[in-house]
Design a protein around this ligand. Structure first.
Ligand SMILES: [Zn+2]
Length: 82
């Protein structure tokens, strides 16, 4: 059985909270899907498919909740949380 990635819907960040977002904690969509060579399991565990709650853009993100607290959409540029 292959481990399929499920798409997780992002959570909108209210505009009133935009200024409190720390730029150092911003994650981003990656252009490339998870690497298929090497330690796939380890790599895949750290990637997730995330959907922008506003424009429904779907992309891979590098998930590390200790580091990335929020993301910006590649398409509409709005911040949201995973
Ligand atoms: Zn978007």
């Amino acid at each position: 059985m292959s481990k399929e990635l499920t798409v997780k819907m992002g959570v909108k960040v209210p505009q009133s909270e935009f200024s409190s977002l720390d730029p150092n904690e911003r994650g981003a969509f990656t252009v490339t899907p998870p690497p298929s060579a090497g330690d796939v399991e380890a790599q895949a565990a750290r990637y997730a498919l995330l959907m922008c709650p506003r424009c429904l853009y779907v992309g891979y993100v590098w998930i590390d909740t200790n580091f990335y607290k929020w993301f910006t959409c590649n398409s509409c540029n709005l911040p949201f949380r995973a």
